[in-house]
Design a protein around this ligand. Structure first.
Ligand code: G16
Length: 548
């Protein structure tokens, strides 16, 4: 075996987005494309002589990418790589492995909730030794290196072809000087969940014949985890986990757990015979959607409810230190924090911004409107963890999901919330729309628009309270005197054109006033968003692509 130094040239489009580098598979399949980015990681991170975790969500190109990265790791002096069996690791499970085995970091291959297949998406990101997505200064260093790269290192051997190293059998092998250990990706994660939740209580709750539930793994990475934990350990009836087999193209579906892409599951919760509980997770297992009979728990409400009830769950029985939410997430969690006298932080979109707060013990729970919730047990959002949190809560309270929601709103008031996405719009038009908003926001405070008085308007800037780093231009926030908000930002995870996201929120303190139709409640704010941003005129679209 020998180490080959391969000459290459930089690509101009390797700037990581909200969560790593995401592109079409065909882009990643270009000669040197994946290799350049991986070498940029090895060149900038202190990984030599260390241990690396490696795995992905099992999508198309996952296996080939793992073989390439293993050979590059061996050529770059990595001592040992822990690979998920079959190349599969959910994102939260990878975060846990990095933390549990104190590795120097990990490489996660995923385009999350984006579709998979030869014409669809692929992605790669680096997680640091705390188990979390690399902070901005790390991703910037990797990007800067990728722009200068002129060679990468690869282990070569005459009898080594790219798909050859066995990653399907648990056990250890050598690749040159480097040890490759294939690990059971489910076991360690299941153990962690058993530390946090009351499995005995949930098991007896599942025995109750009146409780019906379903978990939709969307043919993505959580299938094996959910089968083992929900069906084997907790005794949910076989078949409670559907679409459990991870597939390279997610069965042709869009592995995004929301009301649009998990419509079949939503239908199973409707009507008097609807399921008591249903949930779904995304491509790489970090997102979650929670449903009860005839009801949907918005991710923002889910975070607030978890925070309000944390002491009922064994892993958080001693209380939580604080809460954080991303800026566009509704302010429901803020109301809980205020009532419980807990610190509450508003961070930019992106899980990486929670890392410092979690590491410093300033927060125990955090969440995002984009179907993400998590805690200090790992440094990623965690889909199955959220599902178990809710199941544990249902078992303790003995109430339905709908009752838990109503009780919460009665105590804290209700934040009506929705996100409108305009996907794959022209990039220039999207940037023009944001520039138009940036030109006018400073004149908005004090003005009355559509019957609402603006109390503040800004382009959100975050100053990290732990390391004082500043992240500016994170989205336009317009807040009104009654607590309503409209937020505009461009997505950092799309792979086609630009995606404009508009986040709408209004607050109703009176529990007697419950409205069925969230869109109707938010209609005045939807009209204000149109008026301020000229969405139709600038994007040429009459309506959003996805409303959640
Ligand atoms: C990623 C990030 C999240 C973020 C989401 C949406 O999630 O980890 O923090 O909220 O993207 O980002 P954007 O609005 O920029 O598209 P995932 O599940 O895709 O890794």
């Amino acid at each position: 075996m020998s180490i080959q130094t391969v000459s290459t040239q930089p690509f101009s489009d390797q700037k990581p987005g909200t969560s790593g580098l995401r592109k079409k598979v065909r882009v990643f399949q270009q000669p040197h494309y994946l290799e350049n980015f991986v070498q940029a990681i090895f060149d900038t991170q202190p990984l030599q002589g260390g241990v690396l975790v490696l795995g992905g969500d099992g999508r198309f190109y996952n296996r080939q990418a793992i073989q390439i990265i293993l050979r590059m790791a061996a050529a770059n002096g990595i001592a040992k790589v822990l690979v998920g069996q079959g190349g599969i690791l959910s994102t939260p499970a990878a975060s846990h492995l990095i933390r549990k085995y104190r590795t120097q970091g990990g490489i996660i291959l995923s385009a999350s909730h984006n579709p998979g297949g030869p014409d669809e998406d692929f992605g790669i990101k680096f997680n640091a030794s705390n188990g979390g997505p690399a902070a901005e200064k790390i991703t910037e260093a990797i990007y800067a290196r990728s722009k200068q790269i002129d060679s990468y290192r690869l282990l070569q051997a005459d009898d080594l072809d790219i798909d050859r190293l066995d990653i399907d059998q648990v056990g250890s092998s050598q690749l040159g000087e480097m040890q490759v250990e294939v690990v059971d990706s489910v076991k360690d994660y299941a153990e962690l969940m058993q530390h946090l939740f009351d499995f005995e209580l949930m098991r007896s709750f599942f025995d109750n014949a009146n409780f019906s539930m379903c978990f939709d793994a969307m043919h993505a990475v959580t299938g094996p985890y959910a089968r083992y934990i929900l069906e084997e350990l907790l005794g949910a009836p076989p078949g409670s986990v559907i679409n459990a087999q991870p597939l390279e193209d997610f069965g042709g579906g869009h592995p995004d757990p929301n009301l649009v892409h998990a419509a079949e599951l939503v239908a199973m919760t409707r009507g008097s015979k609807g399921l008591d509980f249903a949930a779904a997770s995304d491509g790489d297992g970090d997102r979650n959607m929670i449903l009860g009979r005839d009801c949907f728990v918005t991710p923002s409400d889910s975070l607030a409810i978890m925070a309000a009830n944390a002491r009922l769950i064994p892993g958080y029985a001693h209380g939580i230190s604080g809460i954080a939410r991303s800026m566009p997430t509704s302010q429901a969690a803020d109301r809980v924090a205020e009532a419980l006298e807990l610190p509450c932080y508003e961070t930019p979109t992106g899980w990486k911004f929670f890392g410092n707060l979690l590491d410093a013990g300033r927060i125990s729970l955090c969440g995002e409107e984009s179907f993400g919730s998590g805690s200090d047990h790992v440094r990623e959002k965690d889909g199955l963890w959220a599902v178990l949190f809710w199941l544990n809560l249902l078992a303790v309270k003995g109430h339905s999901v709908a009752t838990i929601l109503k009780e919460h709103w009665a105590r804290f008031g209700r934040n009506y919330y929705s996100r409108h996405d305009y996907e794959a719009i022209d990039t220039q038009a999207a940037e023009g729309l944001m520039a138009h908003l940036r030109d006018q926001f400073s004149q908005l405070p004090g003005q009355e628009i559509g019957g609402y008085r603006v109390s503040y308007a800004d382009d959100f800037s975050y100053s990290d309270p732990v390391d004082a780093s500043v992240s500016a231009n994170q989205g336009i926030r317009i807040g009104f005197e009654d607590g309503s908000r409209v937020v505009f930002r461009l997505s950092g995870t799309g792979t086609e054109g630009a995606t404009l996201r508009i986040y709408l929120e209004s607050f109703e303190p009176d529990p007697a006033k419950q409205h069925e139709d969230t869109q109707e409640v938010l209609q005045p704010l939807i009209a204000i968003a149109e008026q301020l941003a000229q969405i139709r005129q600038r994007t040429g679209r009459e309506a959003p692509t996805v409303i959640t």
